[in-house]
Write a protein that binds this ligand. Structure first.
Ligand code: GDP
Length: 528
């Protein structure tokens, strides 16, 4: 690829993820986006319950049973001269860790709000993660075909609860049974709603000008009220400012209904026009520009056995600079080794496809035989490490025991791999030979025992254990640290990555210990 065409290719990329509360409509919107963009590549599955592609994975049958989405996936589609990479995030809150890390691999996010419900818990949590990196966020208020809450109140809620300025781009005309369409306040155009066109890309029926006769006819009795409402909205809301959006300070908001595939196209048009190109990324030595031609990337997710025919694991890598070409050599920085990659994959309709070429902003899958961990950097030989890929302290803990004590080795190996993948976290207390599994949500425990049985042939049982939370500990003062380690030996453990961790039995114990050892840092997140 020539320099100029490389730069042009990078400039086309738009890499994003959806943040929303379960049931707000993420899956439905994803389907419509793919419909609009003529899907070219699918990695993983959109969602088990609705998509046969889930059949490509055996352990995902758990996911199907529960009707939830356990795994992230990556979809790539072209739209209006851009190449859009959509990174799916697990919808179930038990898998929030995976979701958080996926958010480190994108350049912007789409926030979906259920118009009937407003801003919900999980959106708040995810928004807080986006805020750590000032990720630009575009908003979509969904389910306009239902009776939703007052749109002005919804925007107020976005501003007060999420702490981000809201700039409505279009405004709904009616709702529920009386939903007539949306009015774009910037182009002075009405897009007319046509029900029953959910599964197709319907023609865009427009009325130019709110002052036009056609607009009066459409709005009928509601015409005067709507004019007043628009006056009010214009006065009370923010004017769209792209710089503020790119800085993560303002969210442009669209209204629509994903189920009827209405308003999604307008939102996608705004998205490809305004959202950022692949951003520059910090490393421990310098900032890497997406337009540098030397290759680099980092792994944000590892997923097992997406295809039962291939029992290895796939490491998902976000390319941060340069071009991946088939057969190229790259430096696995943590191991200090150069590796030749001939078989990076993308996925076409559920089948594995080898990628010939991919650039900054794209996601590729590397075959992982146990040497790749979440957070690993790959480069063209330079020794740097991308920063900011978080690991969160688990909130739930169980002791894990074997039914058959002869299988201790397999159990260790299984837990080690599952923890490298980020599916769970494992802690080995210093005072005994227990194995403690930590999770962010309860369902994670089920997934771990299912996969231990399915993939490692180990039957394990959980027992309750008195741990409230975990904190990664470190200290600049070696002497003080030794003293801390001696005094707190009872509560110290080593995690799957070899890091010293304090396991606190209660909130009070944690507070007291922190107070007694002010020189020691107790961290609730750690970087990979
Ligand atoms: P997710 O959990 O966020 O992925 O949400 P889904 O896309 O699975 O949607 C949850 C439910 O809301 C499903 O029953 C959808 O059919 C429904 N839904 C999604 N979008 C709309 C919409 O625009 N209008 C209505 N009435 N229902 C919707």
């Amino acid at each position: 690829m020539s320099d100029i065409s490389f730069q042009q290719e990078v400039a086309k990329r738009r890499t994003f993820a959806i943040i929303s509360h379960p049931d707000a409509g993420k899956t439905t919107i994803t389907e419509k986006l793919i419909l609009l963009g003529q899907l070219i590549q699918v990695a993983g599955t959109v969602k088990g319950k609705k998509n046969d592609r889930a059949a490509t994975s055996d352990w995902m049958s758990l996911e199907k049973e529960r009707g939830i989405s356990v795994t992230s996936s990556v979809m790539q589609f072209p739209y209006k001269g851009r190449i859009v990479n959509l990174l799916d995030t697990p919808g179930h809150e038990d898998f929030s860790e995976d979701t958080y890390r996926t958010l480190t691999a994108v350049d912007s996010a789409l926030m979906i709000i259920d118009g009937a419900k407003g801003v919900e818990d999980r959106t708040i949590k995810l928004m807080n993660v986006c805020r750590l990196r000032d990720t630009p966020i575009l908003g979509f208020v969904n389910k306009m075909d239902r009776d939703i809450r007052d749109p002005i109140e919804l925007l107020d809620e976005v501003e007060s609860v999420l702490g981000i300025a809201a700039a409505p781009i279009n405004w709904p005309i009616g709702m529920g049974r009386d939903f007539k369409g949306v009015y774009n306040m910037y182009t002075d155009t009405i897009h007319v709603f046509q029900p029953g066109k959910g599964s197709v890309v319907a023609e865009d029926i427009r009325i130019d000008g709110l002052e036009s006769d056609a607009a009066r006819t459409l709005l009928d009795d509601e015409y005067e009220n709507f004019l007043e409402e628009i006056e009010l909205v214009r006065g009370a809301s923010h004017f769209f400012d792209r710089e503020a959006y790119l800085a993560g300070k303002q969210t442009p908001v669209f209204f629509g209904t994903a189920l009827s595939n209405f308003g999604v196209r307008e939102m996608l048009d705004g998205f490809v026009e305004w959202s950022p190109e692949p951003l520059d990324r910090p490393t421990d030595t310098r900032e890497v520009s997406a337009k540098e031609d030397t290759f680099s990337g980092f792994v944000f997710k590892i997923q097992a056995n997406m295809d039962p025919k291939h029992r290895d694991r796939i490491a998902f890598m976000r390319i941060c600079s340069g071009t991946y070409t088939k057969g190229m050599k790259m430096r696995h920085v943590r191991l200090g080794k150069d590796v030749k990659i001939v078989d990076a994959v993308s996925f076409l309709a559920g089948d594995r496809e080898l990628v010939e070429e991919a650039v900054s902003g794209d996601i590729i899958g590397l075959h992982n035989h146990g040497t790749i961990q979440i957070g690993d950097t790959f480069s063209s030989g330079e020794n740097f490490k991308f920063t900011g890929i978080p690991h969160f302290a688990p909130e739930l803990f169980r002791r894990i025991r074997l039914k058959d004590p002869m299988k201790a080795k397999q159990l260790q190996k299984g837990l080690q791999q599952l923890s490298e993948e980020g599916s769970t976290q494992v802690f080995m207390p210093q005072r005994n030979s227990d194995l403690i599994v930590g999770a962010v949500g309860n369902l994670q425990f089920e997934v771990v025992s299912y996969r231990l049985k399915d993939e490692y042939k180990v039957e394990a049982i959980y027992e309750p254990i008195n741990v409230f939370t975990a904190r990664w500990v470190d200290c600049d003062d070696a002497k003080k640290f030794e003293e801390f380690k001696r005094k707190c030996a009872e509560n110290l453990a080593i995690d799957g990555g070899g890091h010293l961790t304090y396991l606190a039995p209660t909130r009070v114990n944690l507070a007291l210990t922190e107070e007694r050892h002010p020189e020691v840092r107790f961290r609730s997140t750690r970087e990979h």
